[in-house]
Design a protein around this ligand. Structure first.
Ligand code: ADP
Ligand code: MG
Length: 689
C-alpha cells in the first residue's frame, strides 16, 4: 500500500511526512507515538483548583484572541471540555501561535494551572494537537500523541489524522510474522501486526507496553543473532598459527627479567592466551583490567610467544606518547635478549621510515611498536603472528580489521582499561573472548582523592612542596577544550609559568599535544628519570602513561572532565609503592552533573563502579562512541534500561542458532528473509566481508 492512496493525504502533507523520513505505509506504522494521553487521567476543567499544580487537560479550541498592547501583548487560546474552560496564554511567539491554532480543533495542554479571578490559565503550556475536528468523546481512552516536528505541524497533521491513516493501513496491509512461534508464546508477545495495532490503538497501558517490548526484543534478537553468528564465523573460519614452542624468550622473560611476581589475574590471562595460541584457531582475546592492573606485561608475554615461534608481533597504541613509552619499556625489559624492536610513528623522517619499513617487510624487525602508522597501506610484515592493540576503545572496529589484514590470520590480543559493564561487553565484544584481570599488583596503596576549592590552593601548594621534597613527583593536568586548542594551551602554559615562579628550586616541565614528537619524548623521558619534579600537562597523558614514582595528581577545572576520563587520568598515579593523592580542583561554578562526577571520584577507586555511573550519566552511545565501539544504534531498545530483554534475546538467539544455524527450517523462513540483509550489513561493519 502506498502512502498516496490514503485518504486526506495531500501533496503538502506527503512532503511533510517525507521530510520526517516517512516514505511508505510501513514507515508510517513505524512512526511511534511520543507519548499517550490517558483520558481517564486528564483533569476536568471545571474542577481545577488552579493553585499552580501541573495538569493535563484536553478540549476543543473555542476562542483565539489577543489582549494587551505593544510589548505586553499576549495570545489567549480558550479550550472547552464540556465541563468548563481553560486558557493557554502566550507572551512570546504570539504571532506563531495565533496561526498555529484553529477554532474547532481538539488539543491538549500540559503545564501549571493558575487561577486569575474566574479563569484558570496555563502560561506557555506544552501543546499536543489531537484532532482538527470532533469531540474528545469520539476518542478511545488512551490517545496516542505523535512527535510533531515543525514540518508536521505546519502541514496541519494532527495525531488523530495519523491514527486514521494507520487504521486504513492496518486494514489493508499484510504484515508477516518473523519471530518463531515458540518465542512469541514463551515471551507472551503479540504477533507483529497485532503489536502495531497495540502501539497505535492501545486499549490499556499494558497492551502498549507489551507491544513496545516486542519491538525492542525484535531489535535485540536480530542483533544478538548476528553477534552469535559473527562469533561462530570468527572462531570457526580462521585457522590460527600454532605457537608450539613456548620457551626461550618467554621463559627467560618471566623467570629472569621481570623483577616482580605476576598477579593471579595476569597468570590466568597468560595461560588463557597460551591455550588460544596452541589451539590451532585464531585467537581473539580481550584483556580487561582496570588502570594499573599490569596489562602491558601480559602483552609482552604474548608477543614473546610469537617470537619463540619465529613470528613477528605488532603492538598498536593510540598516541605517540604511549607508543614511545611501550617502546622504551620493551627495549628496557628485553635488552638482554637481543630482540630487534622497532618504533613506527607518523612523525618520523622519511629515511628512518624507509629503513623501518624494510626491516619490517624483510622480517628483521621482530616486534613493531607504533601508532596508527602501523596500519597504513605501505606497511608490510614478513610474517605477522600476533597483533596487540592497547587501549582498544580508542580504535574503531575497522582499524582492528586493518591491523589483522597485515598478516595471514594473526592472533589478536586487545587490551582495555575502560571497564565495560558486563551487559555492554557482551554485546560489543561478541567476537572476542574475555580475560579479566581483577586484582592490582600487590603493595599498591589505594589512591586518596579529595576535592579542594580554590580557597585551599595555598594548602595544596604546600602539600606539593612536601611531596616533591620527599622525592615524589607531581602531575598538574589541564582539560582539553575541544573548540579551542589554543585556549587550553594558554591555561596549561599559564599554570606552568606560575608554578615556575612559585617553586624556582624545582624542575617544572610542560607537555601538550602541539609539541613536536622529539620535544614530547624528551620531556617524558626527563619525567621518567625524575629530572622533572612537576609535570604540567594537557590530557595527552590520559592514556597508559606509566611513571610509578609520580604520586600526586592535581586536576584543574576538574568538573569539565568526563568520569571515565577522570578515572583514566587518576590511573597515572598509584602505580608504585608511594601513597598517592589525587586532588580535584573545580571552578567556582559547578553543574549538578559535574558535582556528581567529582563526588563519585572521591568515593571510589573502582573502575567498574565508575564505568556504571558514567554509563548512567551519558548513555551507551556517548559512553563508548557509538560508531567507534560497534555499539548498535537501536531505535526502540535501550541497552542499559532493557538489559533484561537483552539477556533474553541473547539466550533465545543462541539456542535458535544452535538448533538451526543456517535458518533452513521452514518455520524460520521469514526470519531468514529478515535476518539475511541485516547480517550482511553487520558483517560489512565488522570488516569481515
Ligand atoms: P595498565 O594495566 O594500566 O596498562 P601497566 O601495564 O602500565 O598497567 O602496569 C602498571 C605498573 O605496574 C607498571 O609500572 C608495571 O611495571 C607494574 N606491574 C605490572 N605487573 C606487576 C606485578 N605483578 N607486580 C608489581 N608491579 C607490576
Ligand atoms: Mg596500559
Amino acid at each position: 500500500m502506498k502512502l498516496s492512496e490514503l485518504s486526506y493525504l495531500s501533496t503538502k502533507r506527503l512532503d511533510a511526512l517525507s521530510s520526517e523520513g516517512i516514505h511508505s505505509a510501513m514507515d508510517l506504522l513505524n512512526f511511534f507515538p511520543r507519548r499517550y494521553l490517558d483520558r481517564s487521567n486528564t483533569q476536568k476543567m471545571k474542577f481545577l483548583p488552579g493553585s499552580g499544580e501541573e495538569v493535563t487537560v484536553a478540549g476543543k479550541v473555542v476562542d483565539i484572541s489577543t489582549a494587551g498592547f505593544g510589548r505586553k501583548k499576549r495570545l489567549e487560546v480558550t479550550l472547552n471540555d464540556g465541563t468548563g474552560t481553560i486558557k493557554g496564554v502566550w507572551f512570546r511567539g504570539v504571532k506563531y501561535f495565533s496561526k498555529y491554532f484553529k477554532k474547532g480543533e481538539t488539543v491538549a495542554f500540559f503545564g501549571q494551572a493558575k487561577r486569575y479571578g474566574k479563569n484558570v490559565s496555563i502560561a506557555h503550556p506544552e501543546v499536543d494537537k489531537i484532532s482538527s475536528e470532533g469531540d474528545l468523546d469520539a476518542f478511545s481512552r488512551i490517545v496516542p500523541i505523535y512527535p510533531g516536528s515543525k514540518g508536521i505541524s505546519q502541514a496541519r497533521i494532527t495525531s488523530s489524522m495519523i491514527q486514521n491513516w494507520n487504521k486504513e493501513i492496518l486494514a489493508n496491509i499484510q504484515i508477516d510474522e518473523f519471530l518463531p512461534t515458540d518465542i512469541l508464546s514463551e515471551m507472551k508477545f503479540p504477533t507483529r501486526k497485532e503489536a502495531y495495532r497495540m502501539i497505535h490503538f492501545p486499549e490499556s497501558h499494558n497492551q502498549h507496553k507489551n507491544a513496545l517490548n516486542r519491538f525492542k526484543f525484535e531489535e535485540l534478537f536480530l542483533f544478538e543473532m548476528s553477534m552469535e553468528k559473527i562469533h561462530f564465523t570468527v572462531k570457526d573460519r580462521a585457522q590460527g598459527h600454532l605457537f608450539k614452542n613456548i620457551g626461550n624468550y618467554t621463559a627467560r622473560y618471566f623467570n629472569e627479567v621481570l623483577p616482580f611476581e605476576l598477579t593471579e589475574g595476569q597468570k590466568i590471562a597468560l595461560s588463557e592466551i597460551k591455550q588460544d595460541v596452541r589451539s590451532g584457531k585464531q585467537m581473539n582475546r580481550l584483556i580487561q583490567g582496570d588502570v594499573g592492573a599490569g596489562k602491558t606485561v601480559v602483552a609482552i608475554g604474548a608477543m614473546l610467544m610469537a617470537l619463540d615461534n619465529g613470528f613477528q608481533a605488532a603492538f598498536l597504541a593510540p598516541t605517540e606518547i604511549l607508543a614511545e613509552q611501550h617502546y622504551r619499556t620493551l627495549s628496557d625489559h628485553l635488552k638482554e635478549m637481543d630482540i630487534n624492536i622497532r618504533l613506527l610513528i607518523g612523525s618520523q623522517k622519511k629515511a628512518l621510515r624507509t629503513d623501518i619499513l624494510t626491516d619490517v617487510e624483510g622480517g628483521n624487525a621482530q616486534i613493531v611498536v607504533g601508532t596508527h602508522a602501523i596500519i597504513q597501506d605501505e606497511v608490510r610484515f614478513h610474517n605477522l603472528g600476533l597483533a596487540v592493540i592497547d587501549e582498544q576503545h580508542r580504535f574503531g572496529v575497522k582499524q582492528r580489521a586493518d591491523l589483522l589484514s597485515k598478516g595471514n590470520h594473526p592472533h589478536m590480543l586487545v587490551m582495555s582499561a575502560t571497564p565495560i559493564p558486563r551487559s555492554l561487553a557482551m554485546t560489543v565484544y561478541a567476537d572476542l573472548d574475555v580475560s579479566v584481570i581483577k586484582d592490582l599488583p600487590a603493595g599498591r596503596k589505594p589512591i586518596k582523592t579529595a576535592i579542594r576549592s580554590h580557597k585551599k590552593r595555598e594548602d595544596v601548594m604546600h602539600f606539593v612542596r612536601q611531596e616533591v621534597e620527599d622525592g615524589g613527583q607531581v602531575y598538574v593536568v589541564y582539560p582539553l577544550v575541544e573548540e579551542s586548542e589554543a585556549l587550553d594551551l594558554k591555561d596549561a602554559t599559564a599554570g606552568f609559568e606560575k608554578l615556575k615562579k612559585r617553586f624556582p628550586e624545582f624542575k617544572i616541565g610542560l607537555l601538550h599535544g602541539r609539541m613536536k614528537t622529539e620535544e614530547k619524548e624528551a620531556v617524558m623521558k626527563k619525567f621518567i628519570d625524575n629530572e622533572i619534579n612537576i609535570l604540567v600537562s594537557t590530557t595527552v597523558i590520559e592514556v597508559g602513561v606509566d611513571v610509578p614514582n609520580a604520586s600526586v595528581m592535581i586536576i584543574e577545572h576538574a568538573e569539565r572532565f568526563g568520569l571515565s576520563q577522570l578515572h583514566q587520568l587518576r590511573g597515572r598515579i598509584g602505580r608504585g609503592e608511594r601513597q598517592s593523592y589525587c586532588i580535584l580542583m573545580p571552578d567556582v561554578k559547578v553543574s549538578k552533573a559535574g558535582a556528581f562526577r567529582l563526588k563519585t571520584m572521591e568515593e571510589t577507586n573502582d573502575g567498574f563502579r565508575i564505568a556504571e555511573a558514567d554509563l548512567k550519566l551519558r548513555g551507551p552511545g556517548d559512553f563508548l562512541g557509538t560508531k567507534q565501539s560497534g555499539l548498535p544504534d537501536f531505535k526502540f531498545a535501550d541497552i542499559v534500561e532493557d538489559q533484561f530483554l537483552l539477556a533474553q534475546a541473547k539466550e533465545k538467539a543462541k539456542s535458535l542458532l544452535k538448533e538451526d544455524p543456517e535458518l533452513k527450517e521452514s518455520s524460520h523462513k521469514n526470519l531468514s528473509t529478515v535476518f539475511a540483509p541485516y547480517f550482511e550489513e553487520k558483517v560489512k561493519f565488522y570488516g569481515m566481508g
